[in-house]
Design a protein around this ligand. Structure first.
Ligand SMILES: [Zn+2]
Length: 68
């Protein structure tokens, strides 16, 4: 007789994506960079810091986070 346990497949975030509020450029940043810069725990909950838009050079404050 074997006991059964349900299991969960856990995935690691691969990148974050956002649109620049200044120039509307679509930005994708590797999760490793975000987690490295702001801390993995912080990055999950949003409002963790600011990044720079590669297109227009403006600082973009990271706001609320949504999990896809
Ligand atoms: Zn921009």
């Amino acid at each position: 007789m074997t006991d059964k346990a349900d299991y969960v497949i856990c995935s690691k975030p691969s990148y974050i994506s956002l649109d620049c509020p200044i120039c509307d450029e679509h930005i994708e940043i590797d999760w490793d960079k975000i987690a490295g810069a702001f801390g993995e725990g912080e990055a999950y909950y949003g409002n963790c810091g600011a990044i720079m838009c590669q297109n227009c050079g403006h600082d973009i404050e990271l706001g609320d986070v949504e999990y896809d």
